[in-house]
Design a protein around this ligand. Structure first.
Ligand SMILES: Nc1ncnc2c1ncn2[C@@H]1O[C@H](COP(=O)(O)OP(=O)(O)OP(=O)(O)O)[C@@H](O)[C@H]1O
Ligand SMILES: [Mg+2]
Length: 274
């Protein structure tokens, strides 16, 4: 059990394993990479389970997980650390990457490719045989503690190239592609995460796949597992299935009235009548 009372003290909560349902050999590949201290590159569309997968693997491996969300204004100081003024004194404060390197944590750089090249260079020596981090401001180089592992993710849909990662660095990564799982597995995920019955979850997954299989649809992204779960969560609150699909899927995927109309018709065709 995850929770227990410890005498008269406060309630302590033991961390439960995050639920992740694998569809392929991603967990085996990740374990092998972790065993060899090799960096991992996760690719896949938004909402397909990348973050959840990393959370589950960190838990299984017993590593602390330090997540850093990449963005284009990110500087290397945001990753590595900086001097800050504290009570008249200048003190060095580790950034999240430095903490991970010191502690031997699993460091997950989400959408790291958004960052500029001069920011990204700091991870290069961590991703190859050197396994070290240059702390230029401190004039030192920090070797990565055992257990340190770098995981980066990106969405090939809107980032066609990892332009900020040198090819010579990229080739040191183990790449794992995550996609949307087969219908049976996705149904199980949606039912469990949204707290709805398997039949309703199956209906949502059928709609998701119908949208994914549309030819030439002008959609930036297709219906993700996350979206189907969101629709399911509305159903769990008592909303009708068709309304839930309209609000959590159809209206979210497009603002174009023609596209919204077409997707709405598709949803009505796929989903059972109320
Ligand atoms: N294989 C899976 N097992 C369990 N849950 C899953 C799985 N795939 C997706 N999910 C569910 O879908 C949700 C969205 O997944 P997640 O946040 O991991 O996506 P992501 O790929 O990291 O998306 P983004 O690129 O937008 O960050 C999760 O919170 C989880 O509920
Ligand atoms: Mg994510």
């Amino acid at each position: 059990m995850g929770q227990y009372r410890n005498g008269a003290g406060p309630m302590r909560v033991a961390q439960e394993a995050p639920f992740y349902r694998a569809a392929g050999d991603e967990a085996e590949v990740f374990r092998a990479a972790a065993g060899g201290g090799l960096p991992v590159l996760l690719k896949g569309p938004t909402g397909c389970g990348k973050t959840r997968f990393v959370q589950a693997m960190a838990h299984e491996l017993g590593r602390e997980l330090i997540t850093i969300a990449g963005h284009e204004d990110m500087t290397s100081a945001d990753l590595v650390g900086r001097f800050l003024l504290k009570g008249g004194e200048t003190v060095w404060v580790d950034g999240p990457l430095t903490r991970a390197v010191r502690q031997g944590a699993l460091c997950y750089l989400d959408e790291v490719v958004e960052a500029r090249q001069d920011t990204i260079v700091v991870i290069h020596p961590l991703a190859d045989h050197r396994r070290e981090l240059a702390l230029d401001r401190l004039g030192t180089t920090l070797p990565a503690a055992d257990g340190f592992q770098l995981v980066i993710s990106y969405n090939p849909g809107y980032q066609s190239v990892l332009k900020n990662i040198k090819e010579s660095t990229r080739q040191r990564f183990v790449a794992i592609e995550l996609g949307f799982p087969p219908a049976e597995i996705e149904t199980e995920i949606v039912a469990r995460e949204a707290g709805i019955d398997v039949r309703t979850a199956g209906d949502l997954v059928r709609l998701g796949n119908a949208i994914r299989n549309l030819d030439g649809a002008p959609l930036r992204e297709v219906s993700s597992t996350r979206m189907l779960i969101l629709a399911g969560a509305l159903v769990a609150q008592g909303l009708g299935l068709r309304s839930a699909a309209r609000s959590a899927i159809v209206q979210v995927l497009s603002d174009d009235p023609d596209v919204v109309h077409a997707l709405g018709e598709l949803a009505d065709a796929v989903l059972p009548r109320p």
